[in-house]
Ligand binder design. Structure first.
Ligand SMILES: [Zn+2]
Length: 259
């Protein structure tokens, strides 16, 4: 999708950065609790080791991590670098979305897509699962966004949904379970968000990058042929790249074949 050149001023971008950090902090809660089937709204954030509740200052994204020097004050258990990293990535995503597209539906669509990809990728890397709750919430928000900001036509988003989910379902059948059901559902939602024809380069990038990563991991002897490499992060990468540069990629690709 192209930016429409609507500029946002510095004050708005600072607010957007703060919003990104707060969202990132919430995504950490989702990443930690969703695979366990816990509520993301209650109870408030606590140390997973000793149960100590975090004070308001410690809850401040990134800063809280620096104050705690990466350890729980109660039991000194280390807190993963994943937490500030996710917060910074969410901030970068929010800045990119609103800087690129201004205060528009396209910015919100990119924010939703990137957020879904961020949370799903970390969960899939850590637990080799894509929770249904993520896919369902992602789809509901995507439909609401489509109703409020129909900047892509309904036929394009529904075709994206069908092609994304349908193609991956076909791969799952042909490879007899080489592709998980979570990947199929995730691919359908990503297809809805990027729409047709962007879903095509999204899938292409996912398979090429996934295969390349598999080859590198095998060459480095980090994984064997039988090991499972989560596909969710590659689907997410493909969707985000296709969202940002899909039109250019399709034009370039067709240009290679058409005179
Ligand atoms: Zn603790």
């Amino acid at each position: 999708m192209r930016g429409d050149g609507r500029k946002v001023n510095t004050g708005v971008l600072i607010l957007v950065a703060l919003l990104g950090l707060v969202l990132g902090s919430f995504y950490n809660v989702c990443i930690y609790r969703l695979p366990k089937g816990e509520s993301v709204l209650w109870p408030p954030s606590h140390c997973p080791k000793c149960g100590r509740h975090l004070t308001p200052v410690e809850l401040v994204p990134v800063v809280g991590h620096l104050i705690l020097k990466g350890r729980c004050r109660g039991c000194r258990a280390p807190i993963g670098v994943q937490y500030p990293l996710v917060e910074l990535l969410a901030m970068g995503l929010a800045l990119l979305a609103f800087h690129q597209y201004g205060l528009t539906g396209a910015a919100l669509r990119l924010l939703l897509l990137g957020s879904l990809v961020l949370v799903t990728a970390v969960v899939d890397l850590r637990h080799q699962v894509i929770p249904n709750a993520l896919v369902v919430v992602g789809l509901v928000l995507a439909v609401i966004l489509q109703v409020v900001f129909p900047d892509l036509s309904w036929s394009r988003v529904l075709l994206g949904f069908a092609v994304g989910g349908g193609f991956l379902a076909l791969v799952a059948v042909v490879t007899r379970g080489g592709m998980g059901g979570g990947d199929v559902k995730f691919g359908a939602v990503l297809g809805f968000l990027v729409g047709w024809p962007h879903v095509v380069p999204a899938l292409l990038i996912a398979f090429v990058s996934g295969a390349a990563a598999g080859i590198v991991l095998m060459a480095l002897k980090l994984k064997s042929r039988k090991d499972f490499v989560p596909f969710g992060p590659f689907l997410g990468l493909g969707a985000v790249v296709a969202f940002l540069w899909g039109r250019e990629l399709i034009t370039w690709y067709l240009g290679c074949f058409l005179p």
